[in-house]
Every structure is written in C-alpha cells, then in structure tokens.
Write a protein that binds this ligand. Structure first.
Ligand code: ZN
Length: 194
C-alpha cells in the first residue's frame, strides 16, 4: 500500500526558472501568488500555493500547489505539498533542525485548520501570508475550518515569526478570478454539514 502526491509539470518547469534567491518577502510572495493563479488556470488544482524558502537568503527550496482534485486527496493542500516536498528534498522531517538554515513558508493566505497544524509539526521558523481575513472564504466559498482564536499568539509561542498582509490585494484578485471562472469548490460533502 502506498500513495503519491506530485506537482504538475508546469510547476516543476516554472520552479527551474526562478532566480537563485528572492531576497524580499514581496518577491517570494509574488512567485507564490503566480503559482496560485497558474494552478487553477491550468486546471491542476485550487488557487493556492505555498513556497518554502531559506528565510535569510530567500533561496527557494520548492513551491507547492494545491492538488486535491487531481490527486483525489483532501489533504493535498498547497502547504502540505510544499512542506512535504521540502522535507523530501532536504532529507529531513524537521525543517527547524539546528544544523540547518532557518526555513520560511510563504502562502497566498492564512493556512486552513489542517495546514495550521502542519506548520507547527514541520519545524518551520517563519510564516508569511498575504492575508488572514474572511476574504478567502467569502469570495471563493472554500471552508477554512475552525481557526484557533489565538492563532497568532500560538505561532509566536512556538518561535514561528508571522508576517501578514504581503501583497494582500494581489492575492485577493486571484480569489476573485477563481470565483469568476466557475471552477469547482471542492469542500468535503460538497460543503454541507449533513
Ligand atoms: Zn490547508
């Protein structure tokens, strides 16, 4: 028994075109938002991307994209893809291990309730998001789950730096374009609690 998740071919090709390093948070987020847009435009998943970078140099490790529908896997969110691929590439389950550079996760919105947990277990030291407000859910209809009321403090308590609102409007525009495209919103049970 086995299962495999993988990035679409276009994402692998795009990654090879990235510069050696993206020194600013804006440059890292810009790349992540571009991947989030390409992912739904090319029909390879939902409008979400999550990149793992060396925090201090901005060297990209990998940018994951959402693969829920094409993989028939409800946990194949962009953050899980990015963190898991980074761990495979770097050969460690702990992205916060002492002998390694600090790693940063850059996501085009606040992680959902599952990915919020995945951030903790990954060992990542820094989280950069384009926003955390209700826009994602209200514009697209995706359910992000019951987020912890003290989610920011809980990150800080575990030594994870948080930077919010990097390229907020650009991220929101992708959600608007996704909604306008009429693409599938793949909540479990079709979004119904019944
Ligand atoms: Zn998620």
């Amino acid at each position: 028994m086995d299962f495999m998740l993988s990035l679409p071919d276009w994402a692998v090709a795009e990654m090879q075109q990235l510069p050696e390093a993206l020194p600013t948070l804006e440059a890292r987020m810009e790349a992540v938002i571009r991947f989030s847009r390409l992912n739904f435009e090319r029909n390879t998943g939902g409008p979400f991307a999550a990149g793992v970078f060396e925090r201090d140099s901005g060297k990209p490790v990998v940018i994951g994209v959402n693969r829920v529908v094409p993989s028939n896997c409800s946990s194949a969110h962009a953050e899980v893809m990015g963190l898991s691929l980074a761990q495979k590439i770097l050969g460690t389950y702990d992205l916060g291990a002492v002998e390694m550079p600090a790693y940063q996760l850059v996501v085009n919105w606040r992680p959902c309730v599952m990915c919020y947990g995945a951030v903790f277990w990954s060992g990542i030291r820094s989280l950069v998001i384009a926003g955390s407000g209700p826009e994602l859910e209200t514009i697209t209809g995706f359910d992000e789950g019951p987020i912890h009321p003290d989610w920011q403090d809980e990150l800080a308590k575990r030594g994870i730096d948080l930077v919010e609102d990097v390229l907020h409007d650009e991220a929101v525009q992708v959600f608007k374009d996704f909604a306008a495209s009429g693409a599938l919103v793949y909540n479990g049970r079709g979004g119904s609690a019944l």
